[in-house]
Design a protein around this ligand. Structure first.
Ligand code: AMP
Ligand code: MG
Length: 353
């Protein structure tokens, strides 16, 4: 039976309940304003999971971090819309279609990243090459059809490779390919560039501490907490549930490329998504993974891809460059061996797991 509660008891109960709710709300507010929480959000962008985290010590900081993270995701999505070759309406896809008719007018942003990629092609003695697209397509087709490319197909694709055949006119803001059938693919730098743009947006929103992780292309902005830097783990290349080594970073980018990330198997052999533009073949399993630490995430991205092609020679190139370091994991007849550039031990505290 349901009984009506007399008015005075009802009033008492309401007052008591309101009191406890107010105390709870106040307690929550004090906790929320005093304790630092990690504001974190993930999005599926650029064919990978992008995660952005930022510590916030108050309700206002939390709101600011949430808004900034939203804006950073929007920027990554914009960059993807410009540089993706998987999107037929991207600026790069348009360039690849229209260059058959001569020079194509484009933006300063595209010209800038293409120029930086060409510069990197020279630095890496041809290992990094955005004109690798005909080979990328050939090997994607091999994967889909489960048939290795023929010598004729390989020769035809190799004949359309070479950054020196990209011609840029800065005054007219145009790009042109001097060999028929060439195409560009900025997949080896776009994620790093998008990460750097996301960091720029976060900083513009007043965020001083954050981590942007674009599927392995990372930037550690500021600190994780006033007492500790961001801790980053290098994935074990043969066991994705294991960390190979760990290090602490502040205001640095870190990026890992490896043969384990994206590959396919054909006739019992592994074929990586990274291609040696000089031979036309996907990289072998000599360099299992390469991790680059640099100020600029775009540089880290380009160098990580290049190192997989170059192996030990890449370490030599990195040692001759300023502000960039590398850790490579080599496959020594089945035994994984870690090698590092000269600056690694001096500048970073690496804990091998
Ligand atoms: P990443 O995962 O950063 O190592 O980049 C790999 C992607 O870059 C591939 O999926 C290709 O789109 C492209 N790529 C493959 N090989 C090369 C290369 N040698 N130089 C530049 N880009 C490459
Ligand atoms: Mg890369």
């Amino acid at each position: 039976m349901i009984r009506a509660i007399p008015m005075n008891i009802k009033k008492f109960l309401i007052l008591t309940a309101s009191f406890f709710i107010s105390v709870a709300a106040l307690f929550f507010f004090v906790r929320a304003t005093r304790d630092t929480v990690m504001v974190s959000s993930t999005r599926f962008l650029m064919g990978t999971v992008v995660e952005i985290k930022s510590p916030a010590a108050s309700v206002e900081e939390r709101k600011r971090a949430q808004d900034a993270i939203e804006k950073a995701f929007k920027e990554i999505s914009r960059v993807e819309g410009v540089f993706s070759t998987f999107k037929i309406d991207s600026e790069i896809s348009r360039i690849n279609r229209e260059t058959v008719n001569g020079p194509v007018k484009t933006t300063d942003e595209v010209l800038g990243l293409v120029e930086r990629s060409i510069e990197f092609n020279k630095k890496t003695e041809g290992a990094f090459d955005i004109t690798v697209k005909p080979l990328v397509e050939l090997w994607r087709h091999a994967r889909a059809s489960q048939r290795l490319p023929t010598d004729v197909e390989l020769k035809s694709a190799l004949g359309r490779i070479g950054s020196k055949h990209i011609s840029i006119n800065r005054a007219d803001k145009t790009i042109e390919f001097t060999i028929y059938g060439m195409a560009i693919d900025l997949g080896g730098v776009a994620k790093g560039y998008a990460t750097s743009q996301a960091v720029r947006v976060l900083k513009e929103c007043g965020i001083q501490n954050a981590i942007v992780n674009s599927g392995g292309d990372m930037y550690c902005l500021g600190m994780r907490s006033p007492a500790s830097q961001w801790r980053v783990g290098i994935q074990h290349p043969r066991n994705k549930n294991k960390i190979f080594a760990e290090l602490k970073l502040k205001d640095m980018a870190i990026d890992t490329s490896g043969d384990y990330e994206k590959f396919f198997t054909l006739e019992g052999k592994r074929y990586s998504h990274i291609i040696d533009p000089r031979t036309g073949y996907p990289i072998g399993d000599d360099t299992v993974s390469s991790t680059i630490i640099a100020k600029d995430p775009a540089v880290a991205d380009m160098m990580a891809t290049s190192m997989c092609v170059l192996g030990l020679k890449g370490l030599k190139i990195v040692n001759g460059m300023d502000g960039i370091d590398a850790i490579i994991i080599k496959n020594n007849n089945g035994v994984l061996e870690m090698l590092a550039s000269a600056g690694i031990e001096r500048k970073y505290d690496i804990v091998k797991k």
